[in-house]
Write a protein that binds this ligand. Sequence first.
Ligand code: HEM
Ligand code: HEM
Length: 214
Amino acid sequence: MEYERKYAWSPLLRFYHWAFALSIVFLSVSGFFIHFPWSNTNLEGSQTYYMSEWRYIHFSAGFVFMCALVARIYLLIFGNKQEKLLDFIPVTPKNIVNFFKTIMYYGYIKDKTEHRTGHNTFAGLFYVVVFILAILQCLSGLFLLYPEGSLWTGIGYSIFSAQQDARHVHYLIMWGFFVFILSHIYIVIWNDIKEPEGLISSMFNGYKFFEKER
Ligand code: HEM
Ligand code: HEM
């Protein structure tokens, strides 16, 4: 069988993806420490500075996360065809058909699915949910970071109400990310094994492979 290579993902998209994925690891570990410190924090500020150090890691990774998100929002509007929002959300007739075909394929009801240079629209819907959660995570994080008299204070109060509520939402969204990440990694590996399109490597080199007749 002969295959042809199709360019799918720009360098910026790939860079954003790995910056986003890696920063979430640092944010979650440091976030767990902030939520439930496992060191003796009575010594904080005299002999140890664990909490300050973990918070520093959290905020540094937080800014990487926010930059990655801004890059993705830019690509939703100005990216290549596959990277634009309308290409991967199930709102047009073609995309709605792809949505149901993908569900049948993932559910082992159909053996074949439609191959797309970009995301299938079932995955796309979940990516949009992730973007919305990421925006809320940034807004609640900035509200917690700048609690008084900043732009984020006003926005924070109007969306989350009290600071403690923002903190609660911030914590719960982390668990939302965990659910996404587990299913995401499972599905990309499953897809990579079933179809010879080189899905995972496309997030490194930007290319996918398709049978030539198609
Ligand atoms: C996926 C991304 C993120 C995850 C998983 C995450 C996770 C967490 C968790 C679990 C906490 C502890 C909350 C609690 O005490 O219950 C926390 C606190 C916090 N996060 Fe995040 N966070 C993320 C992104 C951000 C971003 C983008 C910022 C913005 C700079 C940020 C700023 C903060 C601040 C200021 C706190 C409170 C620190 C404190 O009270 O000492 N976070 N985060
Ligand atoms: C080893 C871990 C990971 C691998 C191998 C991986 C691989 C991939 C691949 C192959 C795609 C494209 C799939 C498609 O076409 O539908 C993708 C997309 C995506 N991944 Fe991952 N991923 C990993 C971890 C993560 C993590 C931790 C996150 C964080 C939430 C994440 C968030 C996303 C998002 C949001 C997209 C959509 C890309 C876009 O914005 O267009 N990934 N990933």
